[in-house]
Write a protein that binds this ligand. Structure first.
Ligand SMILES: [Zn+2]
Length: 230
């Protein structure tokens, strides 16, 4: 810890562009989602109806759809094979609702098809989840005790978290691509309403890009901190 206090860490500067980008992405998804949450789709289908249709058409009658509390909390749970949709999506008949519902179905279909990036992502999820939290503890402890191996172990775990973030990108973009394709194919929204649904999904994907950029820069910080110990 010589010459390096607990106070200002100059490598933090690296993170500033990522934090700005993350704030922009968060603002973009909120504004885009809220905008199209107010635009009813012409067919009037709810997110639930759209999701049920897509799942059934893929032979996924065994995937149930549940209501989940919160805002933008929609997700597919591969362990229990359940699609959980927030009230705005489940009961909503807006373009945002059907877009998000179709996207989450995309994850269920990826799971069914054992889509490789999703399989890899699920496999490294436990290590990555530990890595994103525990890595800093290991690095700080390593710096404190001057124990290099501990720092390296922390960096390795954080690396797993970064790989997880990176592999999330194809998973998310692919689910959105599938969503747009089926909305058109099953005629769940008129052709001229596909574009707004796509905008909502693109805005959502941007938050994953921001999270990835942040994770990569965090890894760079850890490597810089390690470099100082040599
Ligand atoms: Zn997704």
């Amino acid at each position: 810890m010589y010459g390096y206090g607990w106070g200002f860490d100059p490598t933090f500067i690296l993170l500033i562009p990522a934090l700005i980008f993350a704030a922009y992405a968060q603002n973009k998804i909120n504004s885009t989602f809220n905008k199209y949450l107010r635009v009813r789709n012409s067919y009037g289908y709810t997110g639930f109806q759209v999701a049920r249709t897509i799942l059934d058409n893929h032979g996924l009658q065994n995937v149930s759809i549940e209501l989940v509390r919160g805002h933008l909390t929609d997700h597919y749970d591969p362990r229990n094979r359940v699609l959980r949709l927030s009230n705005e999506v489940y009961n909503g008949n807006s373009l945002a609702s059907v877009g998000v519902a179709a996207h989450e179905c995309g994850h269920a279909v990826q799971h069914q098809e054992a889509y490789a990036p999703l399989t890899i992502r699920n496999a490294i999820a436990p290590i990555a989840s530990f890595g994103s939290q525990g890595a800093w503890l290991l690095v700080i402890a390593g710096l404190f005790f001057g124990w290099m191996q501990l720092i390296d172990l922390g960096i390795l775990f954080f690396g797993a978290a970064v790989v997880f973030q990176i592999i999330t990108l194809p998973v998310e973009y692919n689910a959105s691509r599938r969503a747009i394709a089926v909305l058109t194919e099953y005629n769940l929204v008129p052709a001229n309403e596909v574009e707004p649904a796509r905008k909502v999904l693109s805005a959502a994907a941007l938050t994953y890009v921001a999270a990835t950029v942040t994770a990569v820069l965090q890894l760079a910080r850890l490597l810089l901190l390690r470099g100082r110990r040599d």
